[in-house]
Design a protein around this ligand. Structure first.
Ligand SMILES: NC(=O)c1ccc[n+]([C@@H]2O[C@H](COP(=O)([O-])OP(=O)(O)OC[C@H]3O[C@@H](n4cnc5c(N)ncnc54)[C@H](O)[C@@H]3O)[C@@H](O)[C@H]2O)c1
Length: 385
């Protein structure tokens, strides 16, 4: 039996529900108390889930809480994670680690000094889709990978999110900081760390219109680039062309394609846990589908269309797996997979992509990280209810 870690949640917004759902899947995490800068949000969350609402200060000083789950907005991740560590709590945050590299690095330094765990989403790379791809690459199924393509492109959240302004704000806005963590973490898990990035930007329109909620019809200013076209070179010399855009109505490209010496492989959506992997080893052959539905973190668990835009009713969403895996590693003094080291490296690639694209100058990636080990079915089953 695993020890059940007592979790204190800070940031009771949209994504919180997914983490409460995670408690049903994983056996070693229990959200006991919650807090939010907005007391009403904390109280509402507490009454829905039958837990206690506290102030942010109270939850940080609460003796019972062992891990702070930081589900605040990106620009508050650093401040909240730092407070958690300084109050001697382990911390697990939603993506990104911070909105700039310097802050992310400081968090890691504090965690290392205090011998506390710092973990970070995304944890989707622990899912069946990415792990199946990893298994195939480790078996050398498509040979040495030279090239690849990755894309996230859609029109932006303004049509269905009542408060879309922060996705277009100067500091934390744009598709690289929002969706980059999923793509780059998935790629680092498959290819290893990156060493260099170059790119270009497109600005898109100057104003967007809110399509839903109390502010429906209101125009707001777009303060950041909304399309990035970048080239990421990995330490193993694989070159990936990455498109991240809020300016595309629709497309039919695959999320991630990898081209090796012996064949090509399609990696499913890195924003989700499941999906099929496809392989083709000869020009003109039909693509072989490898389903992940029978894998523990690939099973479809979203049956009804939820309100979340990224949850289709035929997918697997086990967000919280990274938190559970971190808790297990704290108990067993192991290195966790959704580590601060990995998320700092991803933040480094994100910031370097933005700089390279804006200046037109190639950027060297300053950090590196270990490739997370394959998450085996045996290890996953230990965490599942
Ligand atoms: N919504 C999604 O589908 C989704 C999916 C994946 C990841 N995420 C990530 O999860 C995080 C939260 O997203 P969300 O959609 O739940 O946002 P949200 O705006 O709905 O909720 C964030 C909550 O944090 C609170 N908050 C903000 N600053 C705070 C502070 N300094 N101290 C305490 N509380 C504070 C806000 O009051 C709000 O209740 C983001 O980092 C986002 O990137 C969201």
């Amino acid at each position: 039996m695993n020890k059940v870690f007592k979790v204190g949640l800070i940031g009771c917004g949209h994504i919180a529900e997914t983490y409460f759902r995670a408690q049903k899947y994983f056996n070693n995490i229990k959200i006991m108390k919650c807090a939010d800068i907005n007391n009403k949000s904390a109280e509402k969350c507490a009454s829905i889930y039958g837990i206690k609402a506290l102030s942010v200060n109270e939850i940080l000083n609460d003796k019972e809480v062992e891990i702070i789950l930081n589900l605040t907005i990106p620009k508050a991740h650093y401040e909240v994670a730092k407070k958690a560590l300084l109050h001697n709590k382990h911390v697990y945050s939603e993506k990104p680690l911070a909105i700039n590299f310097k802050d992310g690095k400081e968090l890691l330094n504090i965690a290392n000094k205090k011998k506390l765990y710092i973990g970070n989403a995304p944890d989707t790379f622990l899912g069946g889709g990415n792990q199946k791809s990893k298994e195939l690459l480790e078996k050398n199924t498509i040979g040495k990978i030279n090239l690849g393509n990755a894309i996230f492109a859609f029109p932006g959240v303004q049509s269905y999110h009542p408060n879309p302004e922060s996705w277009f704000s100067k500091k934390e806005g744009g598709p690289v900081i929002d969706m980059g963590p999923y793509y780059l973490t998935a790629l680092v898990n498959l290819l290893g760390p990156a060493k260099e990035v170059s790119g270009s930007i497109m600005r898109g329109v100057n104003y967007r219109t809110i399509g839903i909620g109390p502010k429906k019809g209101k125009k707001f200013k777009v303060e950041c680039p909304t399309t990035y076209l970048s080239t990421v070179v990995f330490e193993n010399d694989t070159v990936i062309r990455l498109t991240l855009s809020f300016d595309v109505i629709a497309h039919q490209r695959n999320h991630i394609e990898l081209y090796g010496k012996k064949g090509s492989l399609i990696v499913p959506d890195p924003n989700m846990f499941g999906g099929s992997v496809y392989i083709c080893k000869k020009l003109g052959d039909t693509w072989k589908e490898l389903k992940t539905e029978k894998m523990s973190l690939g099973k479809i668990n979203i049956r009804n269309k939820s309100l979340r835009a990224n949850e289709s009713s035929t997918n697997a969403n086990y967000r919280g797996a990274g938190l559970s895996e971190m808790a297990y590693c704290i108990e067993n003094r192991k290195k966790h997979r959704c580590s601060g080291e990995l998320s700092l490296h991803v933040l480094d690639i994100i910031q370097s992509t933005m700089k390279a694209s804006k200046t037109g100058k190639k950027q060297k990636i300053k950090t590196t990280c270990k490739i997370p080990k394959k998450f085996t079915e045996k290890e996953i089953r230990k965490l599942l209810n």
